[in-house]
Design a protein. Structure first.
Length: 395
């Protein structure tokens, strides 16, 4: 079956996590992705989180649809081999500190000389220039510096960081978008270019209008827990059987339906109820009405009543319920992949569905360096050349 990116070759030189995840997204829709790892220092994601029988499970997800080779780019043999690969490659994704590729003789001038149609995506914590460019950069720092942590958590509690790679994941999405944008430009100009992706920036974009609020009004968004300063009722509420439900009323019509459902239609006529911000100013009163109503009902009873009233509600799931939810099952959001090391494994499916050229998970993450000889042979290296490179520590 035709896949939309099957003509693309991508070299994934990056680690932890934004760059590699961007490459995964491209591979999911058919790009040939070659994961390049150091011969003696594999991608650290292979050792992150739980493992089964010594096999890292996070890597099975992050490394899917990638062939894996080893290459020490700091060696002469590694440098020359990468330049040979670059000559027939569309995209390179890397996340070394600024100046590292240049030190190895693999900066943009050298790569562009090998292939002037190449797109080089450079994914770093702080970008390629500026006072922080040479600092070590991780998603956690972006979550702190972007304002995300400052607005997350209870009003009287500390700033709160997410328990997963939020900033990295957002940056991965942005990087995949940037790559496709640069490739579209290449189709018009015939030339590649450099993408400078700073992980601190995409998360700031998805945080919404905070900068313009501050610029125009001097308003600094506070921590509000599960509440919103933009609408109410919006919170999590506990049911009579100990479950938790989330209610959202971003639309005025939904807010009105909720208040009729919980027996407080009188509030709809209040002048402040007509706007989301007005309702947010009266969140205590609205939460008391909604929370009290839900507390007297089981999860099933509350869910059924809300759905009948066409009001927005959802259960608070942990991963066990996510894995069995009928909507996720209908969408095949969590799909099964056969893996030679672990057998059938379930993981997130490709990011979206295309009706004519769908993506697919062809295989889960492969062992370290599993495809080195095959890829280099396809590149034109002889068995003796590969042996020599391996003996020199380049592979």
């Amino acid at each position: 079956m035709t896949t939309p990116l099957q003509q693309l070759r991508v070299l994934d030189l990056a680690t932890l996590f934004a760059g590699p995840l961007a490459a995964t997204m491209l591979g999911d829709f058919g790009a040939e992705v070659i994961k390049v790892e150091h011969p003696r220092r594999p991608d650290p994601s292979r050792g992150h989180g739980p493992a089964k029988d010594g096999v890292g499970l996070w890597w099975k997800l992050l490394g899917r649809n990638k062939r894996t080779i080893t290459l020490d780019l700091s060696t002469p043999g590694g440098r020359e081999t990468l330049l040979r690969l670059a000559a027939s490659t569309d995209v390179i994704i890397e996340n070394f500190r600024p100046g590292t590729l240049e030190r190895w003789g693999l900066g943009w001038p050298e790569l562009a000389a090998a292939n002037d149609r190449l797109v080089l995506a450079r994914v770093t914590g702080f970008g390629q220039y500026g006072p922080y460019a040479h600092r070590p950069g991780f998603g956690t720092l972006a979550e702190a510096m972007s304002g995300f942590a400052a607005v997350t958590g209870e009003p009287d509690g500390p700033p709160t960081l997410p328990p997963f790679g939020l900033a990295d994941s957002i940056a991965a999405l942005a990087t995949a978008y940037a790559v496709l944008t640069a490739l579209t430009a290449r189709a018009a100009t015939g030339r590649g270019q450099v993408i400078d992706m700073a992980i601190i920036e995409p998360i700031l974009t998805v945080l919404g209008p905070q900068p313009i609020w501050y610029d125009q009004l001097g308003y600094v968004q506070p921590r509000t827990g599960n509440r919103s300063r933009n609408n109410a009722p919006r919170n999590t509420y506990r049911t009579a059987d100990g479950s938790w439900l989330a209610v959202s009323t971003s639309a005025q019509s939904v807010a009105e339906r909720v208040m009729r459902l919980v027996g407080r239609p009188d509030l709809i006529g209040e002048p402040w109820f007509a706007t989301g911000s007005g309702r947010a100013d009266h969140a205590d009163e609205l939460d008391e009405a909604v929370g009290g109503w839900i507390a007297r009902r089981t999860r099933e009873e509350a869910m059924t009543a809300f759905e009948k009233a066409e009001a927005a509600i959802a259960p608070i799931y942990d991963i066990r319920e996510v894995m069995t939810d009928p909507q996720y099952r209908a969408l095949d959001t969590l799909t099964t992949v056969d893996d030679p090391e672990l057998g059938p494994v379930r993981m997130q499916n490709v990011l979206f569905r295309l009706s004519e050229t769908p993506g697919a998970i062809r295989w889960a993450g492969r062992p370290h360096g599993a495809d080195t000889d095959e890829v280099l042979t396809e590149l034109g290296l002889s068995a003796q050349e590969i042996t020599t490179l391996r003996g020199a520590g380049a592979l």
